[in-house]
Design a protein around this ligand. Structure first.
Ligand code: UGA
Length: 449
């Protein structure tokens, strides 16, 4: 099928490339000429494992191309996916201008009946507004919501192996077009869930809010674990071994970040308040998330109290590993808070250095690798669980440092290895481990620590 994808950002690029890999003829459209030119030259503007290679393969196979010419691309396509940005609006909720503008341009360009697929994350009710907008077109335009559930860092795998493919359609024709597109995945046994537009939209928001809630829940419990001498990693297994609960997204740490959870939780709260529904539970999720990183930083400052010009080696800046994305990253907030408290912050991240430099300028120091971030540090602060940090040799790290403190904001390091090197190990919701000691009382299946 001939498909156009409006918006060559994260979701648009991954979805378009994967749709091409499923055998469709895909053209990616973007208003940003520089972005389109760089994609045409085979340069991918974001870091996502495997994406560059896949784009090169699909363009070489002539199944994927990029353009700024929206009208021609729309005319040549039966289905148009809209994957434009939906940034937060200053008054709360989402700014949907780019979405409605894109639909307006599709209406103008469409020369025959077509299907519009809303891929961008949108608040419940948006699909109906787009359908009303599309009803003004001279040709019939079906509007279908097809929310995306992929995660950054594993985006290609997630797209190709979906837990569910959600169709939110007003009509059978809309569903038919999507079925045809996803047939290769349907044939491999992946589930289609067909529902109303609003249900599809709320499923997406609800899933993200649920996952964010689990993280805030375990983080809040981690505070209590610290206070009563329990170990949150053991508690996580104790809770998550119940098949009704499961262990996923119950990892305590410095809280969630990224372009989705913070924005989606805030937008849900805003929409509920607008509709005069009190978001008792939802409004606490973000608050707990913010507290978690503040609490973590306070712990670091307490340990380093009295040290003149404390030097911090900040390991990690991205909001999670395997991405260069620093949007709403807890690591960035931690860098800001430590610098504001008078610490000299020397940071290293395998992929997120350029983005961070653009955001934080010279408020922190940028190190080209782990050793140069760590040399002379009073404390190592791990803020993103990249595997390069987890596999460090701790005696070597200790020899580089001036101080003896390691703060693990992701509960991902082996405390025994850190402490055996003569370092103090501090994690989230776990008892600190002094040099030369081991942790007692963890359950056997717990991997970290
Ligand atoms: C999230 C959802 O997981 C995807 O299903 C969804 O499609 C996507 O948002 C979206 O709406 O586009 P993503 O933002 O890429 O995906 O990242 P996640 O892997 O969900 O992680 C989010 C944050 O939670 C990260 O900062 C991560 O470090 C943190 N996290 C995750 C925890 O603190 N603890 C956990 O147990 C899990």
């Amino acid at each position: 099928m001939n498909i156009a994808v409006v918006g060559c950002g994260y979701v648009g690029l991954v979805s378009g490339t994967c749709l091409a890999a499923l055998g469709h003829q895909v053209v990616g459209i973007d208003v940003d000429q520089a972005r389109v030119q760089s994609l045409q030259a085979g340069k991918v503007p974001i870091y996502e494992p495997g994406l560059s290679e896949m784009i090169l393969q699909q363009t070489a196979a002539h199944r994927l191309s990029f353009t700024t010419d929206m009208a021609t691309a729309v005319q040549n396509s039966q289905v148009i996916f809209v994957a434009v940005g939906t940034p937060p609006a200053p008054e709360g909720g989402y700014n949907l201008t780019m979405l409605f503008d894109a639909v307006e341009q599709i209406i103008k360009a469409a020369n025959e009946p077509k299907t519009i697929v809303i891929k961008s994350t949108v608040p419940p009710g948006t699909g109906e507004k787009v359908a009303a907008q599309a009803a003004t077109a001279p040709h019939r335009l079906e509007v279908v919501n097809n929310p995306e559930f992929l995660r950054e860092g594993t985006a290609i795998h997630d797209f190709m192996n979906p837990d569910r493919i959600v169709f939110g359609a007003g009509t059978a024709e809309g569903i038919g077009a999507l079925r045809e597109i996803y047939q290769p995945l349907i044939d491999r046994g992946f589930n289609i869930l067909s529902m109303s537009r609003a249900s599809a939209e709320l499923s997406k928001f609800g899933a993200n809010a649920m996952l964010a809630m689990r993280i805030s829940f375990i983080n809040e419990i981690s505070r209590l674990a610290s206070a009563v001498g329990a170990d949150i990693e053991s508690v996580r297994m104790g809770i998550g071994s119940d098949p009704r609960i499961g262990p996923a997204f119950l990892k305590a740490g410095i809280g969630y970040g990224g372009s989705c959870f913070p924005k989606d939780v805030a937008a849900l709260v805003h929409q509920m308040q607008t509709l005069k529904i009190e978001p008792h539970l939802l409004s606490g999720i973000e608050q707990a998330n913010r507290h978690q990183r503040e609490h973590f930083v306070q712990g670091i400052l307490r340990v380093l109290e009295g040290r003149k010009d404390p030097q911090i080696a900040l390991w990690g800046l991205a909001f999670k590993p395997d991405t260069d994305d620093i949007r709403e990253s807890p690591a960035i907030e931690i860098a800001r808070m430590l610098a504001a408290a008078g610490c000299i912050v020397r940071a290293f991240d395998p992929e997120a250095m350029a983005n961070t430099r653009r955001l934080l300028g010279d408020t922190i120091i940028y190190a080209p690798d782990v050793p140069q971030a760590t040399a002379g540090a009073d404390a190592v602060v791990l803020a993103t669980d990249w595997s390069v940090f987890i596999t460090q040799n701790w005696p070597t790290i200790k020899a580089m440092m001036r101080g003896v403190h390691v703060f693990d904001g992701r509960n991902c390091l082996a405390s025994g290895k850190v402490s055996a090197a003569g370092l103090h190990y501090y994690a989230v919701g776990r008892t600190p481990v002094p040099p030369g000691s081991t942790r007692h009382g963890s359950v056997g299946v717990v991997v970290a620590g």
